[in-house]
Design a protein around this ligand. Structure first.
Ligand code: PLP
Length: 376
């Protein structure tokens, strides 16, 4: 008989989520309004601090879409975007008929290379248009090079949309991810560090922007006693049920970060004498990762990522390839890419290892055994 499946990053309930869902049922707020939403937004605003105004939405993707819309991204505009990411980062650029310019990663954080971002800005200026936004991702929970990217953003006066979908609880120089962008987003999809089953937030720096995001997420319905609309809106609100899950999850966030970081310590210990496998780690003490996923780079002529994935699969252990960069996707192959394909090489050689916050000692033993067996 096969042993239980070890998933890459399954949902991990804290225990109080159902209480908040019952509360929604008891008060009959089974809708995109209600106290769970208000309290979830407030809880996140308190957690993030730094002038954060939170709008709860149906997904992180919806939050990126609204962020770009609030920055007046329109048809034909350039938007600079990290190539090494999940497709949801880039798709909202096309929703708005704007033009993505993809930028390579640097090797220390795997996120936007500051020099390549500046080259991308120059490329756009040469075409006669300043980019409307820079989308910076904190991939796998690792903050991007915030100081350097903010410097380019300030130099050319281009706002940053911070995609911290995977980085709730991560910090750069002590400051939380989700507080660095002109707009920032976090995802609560089922696989993220905490979840609402599906959902996301947009973080604005001004209360008026939060109001406008809420308005656009509710079909841009104006405050009149009949249905009045003068702008195009969306149906992007989070449900009061989902927000109930989020309230419960928020109570265990610190514990979840601790557990994910303990997984990292486990892998660090396991792999430290393994020459052929390099664990992706914080480059220095400025970076504090929530280690949403632990990722490895397979070096030299050691086993291929396909082979290692197949070996783990045989033992019912899920691993996954790294995100395939956008500039290598058929969907985006006709768009400009600036860089040396550093992220393409990471994709070729990398693998994500099981990193759920509920990973038991038994699971860890099974994983350790698999890794020792790779050696022989
Ligand atoms: C999950 C994710 C998103 C999208 O979030 P959803 O809530 O699933 O829409 C965006 N960007 C990155 C990097 C992600 O990992």
């Amino acid at each position: 008989m096969k042993e239980d499946k070890i998933w890459l990053s399954p949902p991990h309930m804290g225990g109080t989520e159902l209480k908040y869902i019952h509360n929604a049922f008891d008060t009959n707020w089974i809708s995109p309004y209600g106290s769970n939403i208000d309290e979830f937004e407030k809880g996140l605003e308190n957690y993030l601090g730094n002038n954060s105004f939170v709008t709860a939405l149906s997904s992180g993707t919806a939050a990126i879409h609204l962020a770009l819309q609030l920055l007046n991204v329109e048809e034909g505009d350039f938007v600079i975007c990290q190539s090494f990411t999940f497709v949801a980062t880039a798709n909202p650029i096309l929703y708005l008929k704007a033009i993505p310019v993809f930028v390579d990663s640097e090797e220390s954080t795997w996120n936007l290379c500051p020099n390549a971002v500046e080259d991308a800005v120059k490329y756009c200026l040469k075409q006669g248009k300043k980019p409307k936004a820079i989308i910076a991702v904190s991939l796998y929970g690792m903050p991007f090079m915030v100081d350097e990217i903010v410097e380019v953003s300030k130099k050319y006066d281009i706002p940053i949309v911070e995609d911290s979908a995977e980085a709730l609880g991560s910090r750069y120089k002590g400051q939380l991810c989700g507080t660095f962008g002109d707009f920032s987003i976090i995802s609560f999809n089922g696989n993220k560090i905490i979840t609402t089953s599906g959902g996301g937030i947009l973080i604005s720096r001004k209360e008026s922007q939060k109001g406008r995001a809420a308005y656009l997420s509710g079909h841009a319905k104006e405050d009149k006693d009949y249905y009045s609309h003068s702008e195009l809106g969306y149906n992007y609100k989070m449900s009061n049920i989902s927000a109930g899950i989020g309230r419960g999850q928020l109570e265990v966030l610190e514990e979840r970060i601790k557990q994910r970081r303990e997984n990292h310590d486990f892998y660090h210990h396991l792999l430290k004498e393994f020459e052929d496998i390099e664990l992706f780690c914080e480059p220095d003490e400025s970076f504090f990762s929530n280690y949403w996923l632990n990722t490895i780079i397979i070096k030299g002529e050691f086993l291929s990522k396909e082979r290692i994935r197949a070996i783990f699969f045989e033992s019912n252990i899920e691993t996954r390839y790294l995100w395939k960069p956008m500039h290598l996707q058929d969907l985006y192959k006709d768009y400009k890419f600036i860089g040396n394909n550093t992220c393409g090489i990471l994709f070729d050689k990398g693998l994500c290892l099981p990193s759920g916050s509920g990973l038991t000692d038994d699971c860890k033993n099974r994983i350790a055994e698999m890794i020792y067996n790779l050696k022989s």
